[in-house]
Write a protein that binds this ligand. Structure first.
Ligand code: ZN
Length: 407
């Protein structure tokens, strides 16, 4: 008797399975009528759901996950407040003015989980909403793992940026063996004003933002500011590559290594940086490698010097010990090694010995000649009309927005 009942149940189950092999409908009639998402870049993402059942729907949750590089995939769950009913229309808005924003071109995967009074439960298949900046008609150009999005200038503008991006990646690979592992997107706004319109709370000095965890760079490059833009793209692209290849849950990189590699990929050290470096050498005021392992000073002079020193540290390590050792150093950091530990393992010395060796190197090697009057304007000292000039001269406009608060 029990056996017969079991077989009958199995037959019914198989019959129902054949009838609706991919249906998300539960046996009680819990059904999704409509599910959609709507983006209002950069401030809002709205999610809407209509569902019905034979009995009251009692529990609705929205789950979402943001597409980014991470050790663990984080899923957010939102309990939707609503009055239980057999037919429901609910919505939930992610207000980024409260949580911090997402970069243009980022993707959010979402799904719904519902339960009704009879205990039936359904989970919808994940859908993706792209959080695009629809204020502009973007064109795009892809080469290898790099896609450039732009809207203002002609094709040759984008091709020139792409060429310099590819050259930067080649330079980085030649010097260190580091390469992009995942695709990256570059959003080129026509100017800094347009760029700031893409941000929730933009700072006046923001010239661009590298969203390393998303593999996205947003930057304002006017066609008459292309040479600055190409250097900035090379710099930020390096941060994306280094982030991808050294990401680990234990430790990050010393700042001099990360920034030094980015400066090195840009090309020759610019004269304003050299000027600060030469001044510090002359006055015996160099910053120690140990200090340069922490975030750099926000004061302009110390900031310029920190970047200049980091450049020469990379220059020293690559020219003296070679490319293979630099790659080994990055891969050792990927294991979560400490700053001293990684240097000891790869080069056989710690940060203090590196400091001594590098100081000997930098004080005896010839730096490009300082030009009088080349010292840059200090950050924040110029009136607003010269903002673009300031941005072009500011060593690190791009880093103020790197770490967005993540909901
Ligand atoms: Zn940087």
């Amino acid at each position: 008797m029990i056996k017969k009942a079991t077989i009958l149940a199995l037959v019914i189950y198989l019959f129902l399975s054949i009838l609706s092999p991919i249906s998300i409908q539960a046996q009680s009639g819990l059904t999704i009528l409509d599910s959609s998402a709507h983006a209002e870049f950069p401030s809002r993402l709205s999610f809407n759901l209509a569902a019905q059942s034979d009995v009251n729907i009692t529990d609705i949750r929205l789950c979402y996950t943001v597409d980014r590089i991470s050790h663990t995939q984080i899923t957010s769950e939102v309990y939707i407040e609503f009055v239980p009913a057999a037919t429901v229309n609910v919505s939930w808005t992610w207000d980024m003015r409260k949580t911090g924003g997402l970069p243009p071109g980022s993707g959010v995967d979402y799904w719904w989980v519902l339960e009704d009074a009879s205990g039936d439960k359904i989970k919808t298949a994940p859908s993706r909403i792209q959080f695009n900046d629809n204020r502009y008609s973007w064109r795009n150009l892809t080469e290898g793992k790099v896609t450039i999005y732009w809207y203002k200038d002609n094709d040759s503008f984008a091709r020139e940026i792409m060429l310099s991006a590819q050259q930067a990646l080649t330079r980085l690979a030649e010097g260190t063996g580091a390469e992009l592992e995942k695709p990256v997107k570059l959003y080129i706004y026509a100017n800094t004003q347009d760029l700031r319109g893409s941000m929730i709370y933009p700072q006046e000095w923001t010239g661009g933002v590298a969203f390393t965890r998303y593999g996205i760079i947003a930057i304002g490059i006017a066609s008459d500011n292309l040479s600055w833009g190409k250097r900035a793209v090379a710099h930020e692209l390096t941060h994306l590559v280094i982030h991808q290849m050294t990401l680990n849950p234990y430790n990050d990189l010393p700042t001099w290594l990360n920034e030094g590699l980015a400066m090195h990929t840009e090309g020759m050290l610019e004269l304003e940086f050299t000027a600060y470096l030469n001044k510090a050498i002359a006055e015996n005021n160099l910053i120690s490698v140990r200090s340069l392992s922490s975030p750099f000073s926000a004061y302009a002079e110390q900031s310029y010097l920190s970047y200049a020193q980091s450049y020469t540290l990379i220059d020293f390590l690559i020219s003296k010990y070679g490319r293979a050792k630099m790659l080994e150093l990055l891969l050792t950091f990927k294991q979560g090694s400490s700053y001293d530990g990684a240097l000891e393992e790869v080069y056989g010395f710690d940060m203090d010995t590196l400091d001594n060796l590098w100081q000997d190197y930098v004080t005896t090697s010839v730096q490009p000649t300082e030009e009088k009057g080349m010292l840059p304007a200090l950050i924040g000292k110029s009136p607003t009309p010269s903002t673009s000039l300031l941005l072009a001269k500011t060593p690190h406009p791009l880093h103020f927005g790197v770490c967005l608060p993540i909901p």
